[in-house]
Structure formats: C-alpha cells, structure tokens
Write a protein that binds this ligand. Structure first.
Ligand SMILES: *[C@@H]1O[C@H](CO)[C@@H](O)[C@H](O)[C@H]1NC(C)=O
Ligand SMILES: *[C@@H]1O[C@H](CO)[C@@H](O)[C@H](O)[C@H]1NC(C)=O
Ligand SMILES: *[C@@H]1O[C@H](CO)[C@@H](O)[C@H](O)[C@H]1NC(C)=O
Length: 196
C-alpha cells in the first residue's frame, strides 16, 4: 500500500512537472523576439501595412531553424554577409524544421525565412538588418501577414507566412498529436486528484 502510494505520488509529480513544462513553454517567449515584433510592426504601420500577427507554426519553425543553427555552430563571423548568409530564404531549405513542426508541406512554398546575425542582437541593428537590406521587400509586402520570431545567441530568425494557401503554414494531419497527449495527461492528473 505504502509502496503503491509512493509510486502514485511520483506519477503525480511527473505529470505535474510535464504539465507545467508544456503550459509554461509557449508563454516563455524571448525578449529579443518580442522587441523585434514590436519594431517590425511599427515599421509596417509607418508604411501603411497591417501589423503582422503571430503565427504559431511560423514560430515553431523559426525556433527549430535557430536551434539548428546553434547546433551546427553556424558561424556568425562576417557581419556584412550575415543577412545574405549561406542559408536561403526559402522554407523548403529547412525540411527538418517543417517536418518537426508538422506543417503541411503544401503550404510552405510561399513562406519565407529571414535569418539575421548581429553580435549581442543590438535592437537597432537587428531592425535595420530587416528593414534596410534586401529583406525589406518581404517586410514591406502586404501578402505576408503572419510572423514567427525566435532567437538564440547572436541569431534571430523571422519566418513570414503569407495570406495565400501556398504560404499559409497550415498544420498537417498529425500536428495535434502533442496537444491531445498533453490534454490526456492533464485529464489523468485531474482524475487522480479526485481519487485522493
Ligand atoms: C499535397 O499536395 C499533393 C499533390 O498536390 C497531394 O497529393 C497531397 O495530398 C497534399 N497533401 C496534403 C496534406 O494536403
Ligand atoms: C546588420 O548587422 C550588422 C552586424 O551584424 C551590422 O554591421 C550592419 O550594419 C547591419 N546592417 C544594416 C543595414 O543594418
Ligand atoms: C514599400 O513598397 C512600396 C510599393 O510596394 C514602395 O512604394 C515603398 O517605397 C516601399 N517602402 C519601403 C520603406 O521600402
């Protein structure tokens, strides 16, 4: 009896920690990304375009791409080439990220990836690397409406989703798998609480 209750307790704890992790994760957005979103939307307003709206799948791929860059130790040594980089601006250049985020690949060709590397992510330099380089044509384009931003070390990656089907970054069939899993965990947690 005591052993099973101990086991149950550790199960509670496990589920509880998982729940906290999953619930807090999306809220835990980084300051650099929020700052850049604000700046980019101020820019959009200044050129009479609607503000970008946050897109969950764009955020997911931005995060995976910036993680990949960090894993690869993608060098950020030559600032002048940072925004042209050797990675492309096409989301199809990042198939792993697309697949990890369970995005329907038929809705990725019209989306763009804009990676920028700035030492210490100095906000003014980060902003002008998007608005005063060849990237500006994407920022200044009314067909891009959704945005996801993620940063790590000196890299910040912006992913823009378009208002057309081909760039909408729609979720593929299995994308709800994880959320259902979390819901089941939480239901299990609540059910167990009721037993106590
Ligand atoms: C993507 O497009 C291909 C061919 O156009 C189609 O066969 C496939 O079912 C589509 N996939 C999804 C998830 O809609
Ligand atoms: C882009 O960032 C680099 C630093 O990584 C900076 O030297 C350069 O001036 C920036 N370019 C623009 C147009 O802001
Ligand atoms: C934005 O694009 C419009 C036309 O699409 C152009 O007239 C304008 O000069 C551009 N503005 C900037 C800041 O690039």
């Amino acid at each position: 009896m005591a052993a099973s209750s101990l086991k149950q307790r550790s199960q509670f704890l496990f589920v509880f920690v998982l729940a906290i992790f999953f619930l807090s994760h999306p809220v835990n957005s980084d300051d650099e990304a929020e700052h850049l979103l604000q700046d980019l939307n101020d820019f959009r307003t200044s050129v009479n375009l609607p503000a970008f709206t946050k897109n969950k799948n764009a955020h997911c791929v931005a995060k995976k791409i910036v993680d990949e860059m960090d894993d690869d130790d993608h060098p950020c040594t030559n600032p002048s080439s940072s925004s042209s980089g050797n990675k492309g601006t096409r989301l199809s250049d990042y198939p792993r990220a697309v697949s990890k985020c369970h995005i329907d690949t038929n809705t990725t060709s019209g989306a763009v990836v804009l990676p920028v590397c700035v030492a210490n992510l100095v906000p003014t330099l980060v902003l002008t690397n998007f608005t005063r380089t060849h990237f500006s044509r994407y920022i200044n384009d009314s067909s891009f409406t959704g945005i996801g931003i993620s940063s790590e070390d000196d890299w910040i990656v912006v992913v823009l989703a378009s208002n057309t089907q081909s760039g909408s970054l729609a979720s593929g069939a299995s994308s709800h798998g994880l959320s259902y899993y979390v819901v089941f965990l939480l239901l299990g947690f609540v059910a167990r609480l009721n037993l106590v």
